[in-house]
Write a protein that binds this ligand. Structure first.
Ligand SMILES: CSCCC(=O)C(=O)COP(=O)(O)O
Ligand SMILES: [Mg+2]
Length: 244
């Protein structure tokens, strides 16, 4: 029998975990709202955009829905902060434009980047699993105040390539995509207890990130190990340890 080893795959959520939800809802959400119609009209032939628009029309049960109807649906999801995959896909495309032009920069809690760098330097492989689309993730991590963090990451997962975050099957899908048979080699960081429960059900280690001022702070993280900072998390042992 081989001895259990330290978690090798560190998977992080974005909103409420590496980054402030308020920054995303106050800066990125209005930016996407402003550009939905233009992107659909001007770039609607691109495969990713066409797929997302078709998914909105499917949802509406109206294959001929015009741009105004599609945009109304997108804005409705945005108003309710529903993490619908077509909304997230189109936001990702729009935000990528904003980051590329310099209109947007990403936000990270002060402890996040040093910890990500340290875990990467210690040999852990880092991944993102977020409701934000892979395009959005690439733009976000590619444009931090400290430059691109993308070299730290070995892969990106979203609700399109892995599935919904509150379902254990999605965590199994990520492990399968990475060719990792041992679920205990994963540790997932999130601010949302339902996501942590799903990861735990799949056999992963979990760390609940509970930062003051975040929307899910009062809800707590159930029985998952809890931290208010990445700096308190030690990943050198068989399971993550949060310093008291
Ligand atoms: C810049 S990435 C996009 C953030 C976003 O739209 C989102 O829904 C993130 O949610 P999560 O908590 O799953 O990271
Ligand atoms: Mg989150």
């Amino acid at each position: 029998m081989t001895a259990p080893t330290a978690p090798a795959h560190v998977v992080v959520d974005i909103e409420g975990t590496t980054s402030a939800t308020g920054f995303i809802t106050e800066q990125l959400y209005p930016y996407s709202r402003k550009h939905f119609a233009r992107v659909i009209e001007q770039r609607g032939d691109e495969a990713e955009i066409a797929r997302a628009v078709a998914a909105v029309r499917d949802h509406l049960g109206d294959p001929g829905a015009g741009t105004d109807v599609v945009v109304a649906q997108l804005n409705g999801w945005l108003d309710r902060d529903e993490k619908a995959t077509p909304l997230k896909t189109l936001q990702g495309v729009i935000w990528a434009e904003g980051f590329a032009s310099g209109e947007l920069t990403s936000h990270f809690y002060p402890d996040a980047i040093p910890a990500l760098r340290a875990w990467h330097a210690a040999g852990h492989r880092l991944y993102v699993y977020s409701s934000g689309s892979v395009s959005a993730q690439l733009a976000w991590f590619g444009h931090s105040a400290e430059g691109s963090l993308l070299p730290l990451f070995s892969g990106h997962f979203d609700t399109e390539n892995a599935g919904p975050k509150k379902t254990a099957a999605s965590y199994h899908a990520i492990a399968a995509a990475l060719g990792e048979d041992d679920a205990a080699r994963f540790v997932f960081f999130s601010d949302l207890v339902d996501e942590l429960d799903a990861a735990r059900e799949a056999g992963w280690h979990t760390v609940g990130v509970r930062r003051a001022g975040e929307p899910y702070f009062d809800r707590g993280v159930g029985t998952h190990p809890e931290t208010d900072s990445f700096a308190r998390v030690d990943l050198s042992g068989r399971q993550p340890v949060v310093a008291g």
